[in-house]
Design a protein around this ligand. Structure first.
Ligand code: ISE
Length: 324
C-alpha cells in the first residue's frame, strides 16, 4: 500500500523532508505540496499538485497524511486542522509558539481519543543518542547524575527573532534530555553572556539529575551538537561528528557540518520512515503532542527565567492518559 503525503512548507526542512520522502522512504508518494513561494514550489513539484492554501492541502482527498514544515508560528493551527480532518501529521518542532497554543493541540487530540501527531524531535532517532540511551539503560555507567549538552550553530538563521535560541533551538535539549534520562524537568536557571549569546541553562530533573546546556547561536566555526551523560561509574558521550578524517589546506581532522541537515541526516531519514510505518500500523512513534507541549511549555518558562534572572520552578500539569 502506498501512503499519499502532502508537504506544507518547502524551506530548509520542508525541502529535506520532500527529498527523503521521494528518495529514501518506501511506500510513500508525495501527491501535494504547499509553499508561500510559488516559484520554489514549481521547482520542487515534480508530479505533485501545488496548492497555495495549506488548509486545502489538508482537506484534499489526494492527501492521506501531512508533513508540516512551515514557519513555527503556523504549526499549531495546521496540526489542529489535521486532527479535525482525521489525518496523521509529522509536525516539525516546535509544536507551537506558546504553551497555551500547544495545550489546545493536546486537548484536541485527547478529545479525538487517538494519536495522529508525531512531532519532529528527530534527535530521538539519531544513532549516537540512541546508543547513549541504550548504554545508560543497560547500566553501563551506573546511576545517572549529569547530562552536559552543547548546541552550537555557525550563525543564527536569518529568520530568528526574539527568544528563538530558547523556543526554536533549546527545545531540542528539553526534549532529548527528558527522553535520554526518562525523567521530568523540574527547575531551570539561565546565565547569559553579554549580548545574549551564548546562554548556559541548568535544569534539574525529578530524579535529582542535573542537565547543563550551552546554546550558542553564532559560534562561527560550524554546527556542533554534543552530549555527555555522566553516571556514578562511567560516562558515555558522542564521538566525532563526521565519519571521515580530512587532510586539506594544511589541516588534518574532522570537518564541521554547516547546519543541522547534514549532522542529523540519518536521524531525519529514520524518523520519517518510522512515521510512515506508524501511520500504516497505527502504533505511534517518536515524540507525541504531549512531548511537543512539554518542550514548548518548558521553553516558555525558561524565557521568563532568562528575562527575570530567576530560577523557574517548572509547571506542566498532568499528562493525559492518551500519552501514558
Ligand atoms: C533549527 O530550527 C533546528 O531545529 C536545528 O535542529 C537546531 O539545531 C537549530 O538550532 C534550530 O535553529
Amino acid at each position: 500500500m502506498t501512503l499519499s503525503v502532502g508537504v506544507i512548507g518547502l524551506g530548509v526542512m520542508g525541502a529535506e523532508h520532500l527529498r527523503l520522502l521521494r528518495e529514501e522512504t518506501a511506500g510513500v508518494q508525495v501527491t501535494a505540496i504547499c509553499d508561500v513561494d510559488p516559484d520554489r514550489a514549481a521547482r520542487l513539484a515534480d508530479d505533485a499538485s501545488f496548492l497555495a492554501d495549506p488548509m486545502a492541502l489538508i482537506a484534499s482527498d489526494k492527501v492521506e497524511a501531512v508533513v508540516i514544515a512551515s514557519p513555527d508560528a503556523t504549526h499549531a493551527g495546521l496540526a489542529l486542522a489535521c486532527l479535525a480532518a482525521g489525518k496523521h501529521a509529522l509536525c516539525e518542532k516546535p509544536l507551537a509558539t506558546s504553551a497555551a497554543e500547544a495545550l489546545k493541540v493536546v486537548d484536541a487530540e485527547v478529545a479525538l481519543g487517538r494519536r495522529l501527531l508525531q512531532i519532529g524531535y528527530m534527535r530521538r532517532f539519531d544513532p549516537a543518542y540512541v546508543e547513549m540511551k541504550r548504554m545508560a539503560e543497560e547500566g553501563g555507567i551506573g546511576s545517572r547524575v549529569l547530562l552536559h549538552n552543547i548546541h552550537r550553530n555557525a550563525a543564527a538563521p536569518d529568520w530568528f527573532t526574539g527568544p528563538m535560541a530558547v523556543t526554536n533551538s533549546f527545545v531540542h535539549e528539553i526534549d532529548i534530555s527528558r527522553w535520554l534520562l526518562g525523567s521530568d524537568l523540574v527547575s531551570a536557571i539561565v546565565h547569559s553572556a553579554p549580548g545574549g549569546d551564548p546562554l548556559l541553562i541548568t535544569m534539574e530533573t525529578d530524579k535529582g539529575e542535573i542537565v547543563s546546556t550551552e546554546v550558542f547561536m553564532n559560534a562561527h566555526y560550524g554546527y556542533h551538537v554534543h552530549a555527555q551523560l555522566v553516571g556514578r561509574t562511567g560516562t558515555v558521550q558522542m564521538a566525532q561528528p563526521s565519519a571521515t578524517l580530512t587532510n586539506s589546506g594544511l589541516h588534518h581532522g574532522h570537518l564541521w557540518p554547516v547546519n543541522w541537515v547534514p549532522r542529523f541526516r540519518d536521524a531525519y531519514r529514520v524518523q520519517i520512515t518510522a512515521w510512515v510505518k506508524s501511520v500504516a500500523t497505527g502504533s505511534p512513534a517518536g515524540a507525541s503532542a504531549w512531548d511537543g507541549y512539554v518542550a514548548t511549555a518548558v521553553a516558555e518558562q525558561v524565557v521568563t527565567a532568562l528575562e527575570t534572572g530567576t530560577k523557574a520552578k517548572l509547571f506542566l500539569g498532568a499528562r493525559p492518559a492518551l500519552y501514558a
